[in-house]
Ligand binder design. Structure first.
Ligand code: AHR
Length: 648
């Protein structure tokens, strides 16, 4: 427990009478506020190689040679040049020209993937390329496509013949016999001639829900297992861009994947001590894929759009922002996005959605305008969006923001402004200490019930060492009792960030860590999952000595009723080193035995974490429980988060 500032708290609990039994009251007949089915969700941003090299299943980095260094990710050998004349795709004009001049090196190029290419024996991978010959006599040219392992041994070979001087798509399936976490793809010319290659792709055939251009199966399954109610995307700071030119523009991310212009990822250079010159957004995972993934996960999509402000952290005092009078294209982006998601197939953007494979509406209900903005420059821009969206799409719920801080001057300025503008939800962000998370478990108990609802859109407990651990998960679990208890005012909540590649991360803690073949769920993931799988439908008032349990005796709790299963759900965190005895008196119940379960996340080691090598150091475990005579008597283990589900 070294390095944690919970010492005084723990000592306090030690001094308390160890024999106390805490008597909690709940009435299952007195239903409180509805808990939104979308309450617990996920927030995805392309940070930590979360999209390219992560969730998006493409295995080739810089497949279109569009990075600022067009050979980034590639090692050419022999005679290979970058060309742009008569390109295959007008918005991605770079391609490579390979000449086989019988050089002793041969001619070809290797791709390193994203810190290597992960492939599994027995799986199939689609290699595709757009190609043409430049030969005067139009002679076909053979190329060899190989997978090379970390020891430089070739372990899979296929061949393609390129014929004709027009651009055409070629494909061959690779079937590796070995599993490799750090393979490379190699293309070598086998016969004389000159060829042009463009958009070189290697994609697993097996993707989540077998979607073409889809998601990495295992990572998306990990999301599905969270049963997210809402899916916020695509950022975060990347929505804002470091400059207005580098902002996220959703229209660049739809249509044929080969012709989506790439964008530098701001996490490429945001932290000088964590520089990633090879971090770009291919937009292969674009807005169509985000909507489809929301649907596949059963989550409400919640896109975030730029409001005409680029990152205010990066542009303090600079004239980078769009003037209010020039906002129309940005407003159009918002209106067109709603049409893209929901519009009829006869509309311009609805037609594009249909052409991409989804004539049905995506049933978009929410849109967020702006990410972490502050000061009067935000509401004056947001107003223009609110007016336009309300007029054309009054049914859409608009999410405004309260800035990057969890409290303070900017926060206090923005909340009343959000009320004035009449947004439906206000996005709050808090990356704060363990102590803050415990203290703020009562944060929403006194919130104004009128006006906009709360969307806790980015939060994570940040200890000094910024590592995921059971300590942070336990503090989040304690804090989240306050989200649920206040479900009348808190409507949505999403942890941040979601993913991190173990070899390419910029920010931590994160919910899920991965390498090229494996992933690991953090204790924080399990807390999120325990909440979302056990959210219930209605809040029940739970009290100790007539008050909600928000840290008295180091206990934090919330109760809910699940109308669908007729169960009482009690979530209770004990952040003390002492075990605690409780008796829960349940009013409104038949006097008989009631069976149930307790799912428990517990450890005496607050620093414990799950790793790729040891992924199950701390995972929830389920034990049966029984409640007799309307009273649940139980002992809460030290440092534990318990979720009781009792059949009524
Ligand atoms: O989640 C990481 C970053 O934190 C997000 O991009 C931003 O919104 C916040 O500052």
């Amino acid at each position: 427990m070294a390095g944690i500032c919970l010492g005084s708290l723990l000592m306090c609990s030690f001094l308390q009478a160890q024999n106390s039994t805490y008597e909690l009251q709940v009435d299952v007949k007195a239903l409180g506020a509805s808990i939104q089915p979308s309450m617990y969700g996920i927030f995805f941003e392309d940070i930590n190689f979360g999209a390219d090299g992560g969730l998006y299943a493409e295995l080739i980095k810089n497949r279109s040679f569009e990075f600022d260094n067009p050979f980034a990710g590639w090692v050419p050998f022999g005679d290979v040049t970058i060309e742009t004349k008569n390109p295959c795709f007008d918005r991605n004009s770079h391609y490579v020209r390979l000449k086989n001049r019988h050089l002793i090196t041969g001619t070809g190029l290797d791709n390193e993937g994203f810190r290597g290419i992960g492939v599994k024996a027995g799986e199939k991978y689609d290699f595709t390329v757009y190609a043409r010959t430049i030969n005067i006599k139009d002679t076909p040219v053979k190329i060899r496509v190989e997978l090379v392992n970390a020891e430089n041994n070739i372990f899979e070979t296929q061949r393609i013949e390129i014929a004709g001087t027009d651009w055409k798509k070629y494909a061959v399936a690779l079937s590796p016999k070995a599993t490799e976490v750090k393979a490379r793809l190699r293309i070598t010319m086998e016969t004389p001639g000159t060829i042009d290659l463009e958009h070189i792709s290697l994609f697993p055939q097996k993707t989540f829900m077998n979607r073409p251009n889809g998601m990495r199966e295992d990572l998306a399954q990990a999301l599905k297992a969270l049963k997210p109610g809402v899916f916020r995307f695509p950022g975060g700071c990347i929505v804002e861009g470091t400059t207005i030119e580098t902002r996220y523009q959703w229209k660049n991310t739809v249509g044929p994947v080969e012709n989506r212009p790439i964008n530098i990822n701001r996490w490429n250079y945001t932290f000088p001590h964590k520089k990633f010159p090879d971090y770009y957004q291919s937009y292969g995972l674009g807005f169509y894929e985000y909507f489809l993934l929301s649907e596949d996960l059963g989550a409400e999509p919640l896109p975030v759009l730029n409001c005409g402000l680029s990152c205010q952290f990066e542009n303090e005092g600079m004239d980078q922002h769009v003037l209010v009078k020039d906002l129309q294209p940005y407003v159009d982006d918002a209106l067109d996005l709603i049409e893209f998601a929901n519009g009829p197939v006869t509309s311009k953007w609805g037609r594009l959605r249909a052409q991409m494979g989804h004539p049905e509406s995506f049933h978009l209900k929410f849109i967020a305008i702006g990410n972490e903005q502050w000061g009067p420059i935000y509401p004056e821009r947001l107003k223009v969006f609110v007016d336009a969206i309300r007029e054309k799409y009054p049914e859409i719920k608009i999410v405004g923001g309260s800035g990057p801080g969890s409290e303070g001057e900017d926060f206090d300025y923005l909340w009343p402004e959000m009320r004035r503008l009449g947004v439906d939800l206000v996005d709050e962000h808090f990356y704060r200490s363990p102590e803050w998370f415990l203290r703020e478990a009562a944060r929403y108990d006194s919130y104004d019930r009128s006006g906009p609802k709360v969307f806790a859109g980015e939060y994570a407990c940040h200890p000094d060492n910024r590592e995921n651990s059971f300590l942070t998960a336990l503090c989040e679990a304690a804090f989240m009792t306050g989200l649920e208890r206040n479900a009348d005012v808190v409507h949505l909540a999403t942890y941040a960030p979601l993913f991190a590649h173990v070899e390419a991360w910029q920010w931590r803690p994160d919910l899920i860590w991965f390498d090229n073949l494996r992933y690991v769920c953090t204790p924080n993931y399990y807390v999120q999952q325990l909440y979302s799988l056990n959210s219930g439908t209605h809040v029940l008032s739970l009290s100790l000595d007539g008050k909600p349990l928000t840290g008295q005796h180091d206990l934090y709790a919330t109760a809910a009723f699940d109308q669908k299963t007729n169960e009482l759900i009690l979530k209770i965190a004990n952040v003390s080193i002492q075990k605690k005895r409780i008796q829960l008196f349940v009013a409104g119940l038949e006097e008989r035995k009631h069976a149930g379960t307790c799912t428990l996340l517990q450890s005496m080691d607050l620093e414990i974490k799950n790793t790729l090598e040891q992924p199950t150091q701390i995972v929830p475990r389920v034990v049966p429980v029984e409640m007799g005579n309307s009273t649940l008597k139980t002992t809460l283990l030290p440092f534990s988060f318990s979720v009781y589900r009792i059949s009524l």
